[in-house]
Ligand binder design. Structure first.
Ligand code: FE2
Length: 345
């Protein structure tokens, strides 16, 4: 059976997911090419936690909470940019690119230890040209958390693909309503007529194991659609096309809204190749949008109180079941940790 309907809108479940999943798991932040030079940064938000990654003066990638130690203002606006020093625009406190507090203009006498007021660090690791952060100082290393993604992507030269475009979509449903949709191909005949015509749906396969859901469909001749779609717990996707890939993050905004951040990469990013790539991007984005109506109206029904849960197909919805299993495990481990520490259960 699928998850109980209230898991898709309950504020208590959302708060637990925020802590147990997004506060603990590695999160893709963007391409390493965004940090080509010292001072290059990328700022983003993970379920209410504003964070950024910057290449410091020595060339090291560093991650921080995007929170000034003075009065909690964000230091950087979301998105990419470049800066020599990090200056909070609220009251002008200045940090260096390694996060140390350097100057407090017009503050008056400083009667505290400036060294104790550096930016709050977060963990950063890189895998094959993609940069990830983790808010949990005690989390394990990145690569084991990617599970079988590492082997599955090994044949593709993804670090040689050039980042070309970011597309952001806002969807009015819980992040799991969209994730459930992403990890099954069962809805392709009903929702994606164009994609359905391009693949052999009878041979669509879904497997869930080692933190990954793998979906494969043989392509009919001449299709520009990729043949393999990968989802990695908790909220990253990676789809390989013949000459590039896209990655996405399914980011919860609140219990009823999510944001999808797609990045497109291609092997050949020359101007001549870009017209062809534009078509691939357009087709991909159109397929993404085709799911929005059905996910948003299903969300309404999940909230309406009629539906409790429903049976999952053993053939088509193994990915949905696997996602739910991993999520239940995260929340159960968290309850255990809270109980063990004497904190609120
Ligand atoms: Fe879909």
């Amino acid at each position: 059976m699928s998850l109980p309907a209230d898991w898709y809108h309950d504020p208590g479940i959302f708060a637990r997911e925020r802590g147990a999943v997004f506060g603990r798991e590695w999160q893709l932040i963007g391409p390493e090419s965004a940090f080509a030079h010292p001072g290059d940064y990328l700022a983003s938000e993970i379920v209410g936690w504003r964070v950024f990654v910057i290449r410091d003066r020595e060339g090291t990638l560093r991650g921080f909470h995007n929170v000034c130690r003075h009065r909690a203002s964000p230091i950087l606006d979301d998105g990419r940019g470049h800066c020599e020093t990090l200056r909070c625009r609220y009251h002008g406190w200045v940090y260096d690119t390694a996060g140390a507090l350097r100057r407090l203009p017009d503050f008056g006498e400083v009667s505290f230890d400036k060294a104790a007021y550096g930016l709050f660090p977060i963990r950063v690791e890189t895998w094959r040209g993609l940069v990830f952060v983790n808010l949990d100082a005690a989390a394990g290393p990145l690569v084991p958390s990617l599970g079988e993604l590492v082997e599955l992507v090994a044949p593709y030269p993804i670090e040689d693909f050039a980042f070309v475009r970011e597309e952001v979509f806002d969807i009015a449903c819980n992040w799991k309503t969209y994730t459930d949709n992403f990890v099954e191909g069962y809805h392709i005949p009903g929702i994606h007529a164009g994609l359905n015509a391009a693949i052999d749906f009878k041979r669509f396969s879904t497997e869930g194991r080692n933190r990954i859901v793998i979906m494969r469909a043989p392509q009919r001749d001449g299709s520009i659609y990729g043949g393999v779609w990968l989802w990695c717990y908790p909220n990253m996707t990676l789809s390989v096309f013949p000459d590039g890939m896209n990655t996405s993050r399914i980011v919860p905004v609140d219990r009823r809204r999510a944001r999808l951040v797609y990045n497109f990469y291609f092997r050949d990013a020359s101007p001549e190749a870009m017209a062809r790539h534009q078509r691939t991007i357009d087709v991909n984005c159109a397929i993404v949008r085709e799911d929005f109506g059905i996910c948003e109206s299903a969300q309404g029904n999940l909230e309406a109180g009629v539906f409790e849960n429903g049976p999952l197909s053993p053939l088509q919805e193994r990915g949905v079941r696997y996602f739910h299993e991993l999520l239940r495990r995260s929340l159960a481990e968290d309850s255990f940790a809270l109980a063990g520490s004497g904190g609120p259960a």
